[in-house]
Design a protein around this ligand. Structure first.
Ligand SMILES: CC(C)(COP(=O)(O)OP(=O)(O)OC[C@H]1O[C@@H](n2cnc3c(N)ncnc32)[C@H](O)[C@@H]1OP(=O)(O)O)[C@@H](O)C(=O)NCCC(=O)NCCS
Length: 297
């Protein structure tokens, strides 16, 4: 197989092929780790298509590598920027082309050293990926787990729950600024369009937020860690009422309140752990759940 690559920028028309490449790389990783992948690519594409189309337009950098012999994709890497937060969102090389330096060429383009106040990666446990991420100046801070369960009816929420609309975006941004440090301004229009936006209030004051949909949950913020129990019960109730067979959350494992609560509700760790990596410590991840499916913070 040819080991020469042609690098070019990605365009929205590349979304499907880049997705297929990601699935091939993750499937191969799982097989190498004796953890056969249970994802059906066609149904997962339906879940992710809208979000990947959004990333295609809002990426900070997006580069692809092609095999010049047949122009098939052999590499795909993308980053996004939320103010000073710079995140590597995707990084994949086709099995058979890995471990020969293509990953380095891609990551040097999409996640250049020195860019971003905080540099973040939600990393797989692939040794090749981890080597590249340390070289890019990030350090593993804590594991992330996807926790999944069949939702059960739950006691009603002790917080006031308000169905929010885009005019409330500043409240969501303020909560995320308090918890993570960086609001995701470019993503709120997508989140408000594709997910139910929920604000949780006590005595009229917003103390938490969440985004809910049948195909994905999060991000979830809470000013106080303890309020996550009420928020998670509300989300589980919604998932049960919506008839979901399974709900999944992307949970920082330093979030002891959420992990203990979800284990108590029968949630199980689903698939391999990931690592939260960053160039420096920041944010309050004991009161935060990431965007799910677990692609970005
Ligand atoms: C992660 C990935 C994109 C990297 O691309 P790649 O072309 O394989 O990467 P490179 O060849 O540029 O670099 C691999 C590095 O891993 C190092 N490496 C390989 N095995 C290693 C091990 N067991 N321990 C430590 N480092 C190791 C190599 O030495 C090389 O580093 P070097 O260039 O400093 O010597 C690719 O391997 C991949 O698609 N993996 C599966 C999907 C995945 O997990 N993606 C990450 C999503 S967050």
């Amino acid at each position: 197989m040819s080991k020469d690559f042609r690098l070019r920028r990605g365009t929205p028309a590349d979304s499907r092929a880049a997705f297929e490449l990601s699935i091939a790389a993750v499937g191969d990783l799982m097989t190498r780790q004796n953890h056969p992948m249970k994802i059906d690519a066609e149904s997962f594409w339906k879940v992710l298509e809208s979000y990947l189309s959004h990333l295609a337009v809002h990426a900070a950098e997006w580069w692809l590598a092609e095999d010049p012999s047949d122009r098939s994709l052999v590499g795909h890497a993308r980053s996004l920027e939320r103010g000073g937060l710079f995140e590597l969102s995707e990084f994949f090389v086709r099995p058979g082309f890995q471990a020969s330096g293509l990953g380095k060429q891609l990551i040097d383009r999409v996640f250049p050293k020195g860019r971003g106040e905080v540099r973040v990666i939600i990393a797989t446990n692939d040794v090749r990926a981890l080597a590249r991420y340390y070289a890019a100046g990030t350090v593993a801070r804590f594991p992330m787990a996807t926790l999944s369960a069949a939702p059960k009816p739950a006691p009603s929420c002790e917080l006031e729950v308000v169905a929010a609309n885009p005019s409330d975006v500043a409240v969501f941004a303020e909560l995320e600024r308090a918890v993570v440090g960086y609001p995701r301004d470019a993503d709120y229009p997508w989140l408000f369009r594709e997910r139910e936006a929920l604000l949780y209030r006590r005595h009229g004051r917003a103390v938490g937020s969440a985004f809910f949909s049948k195909t994905g949950l999060g991000p979830v913020t809470s000013l106080e860690p303890a309020d996550q129990r009420a928020i998670l019960l509300d989300l589980e109730n919604r998932a049960h009422a919506a008839g979901l067979e399974e709900m999944s959350l992307s949970v920082p494992m330093v979030n002891d309140v959420a992990v203990a609560h979800l284990f108590g509700r029968g949630f199980k760790i689903d698939g391999p752990l990931q690592f939260f990596m960053s160039n420096r410590a920041f944010g309050h991840f004991d009161r935060f759940l990431a965007f799910a499916p677990a692609i970005v913070l």
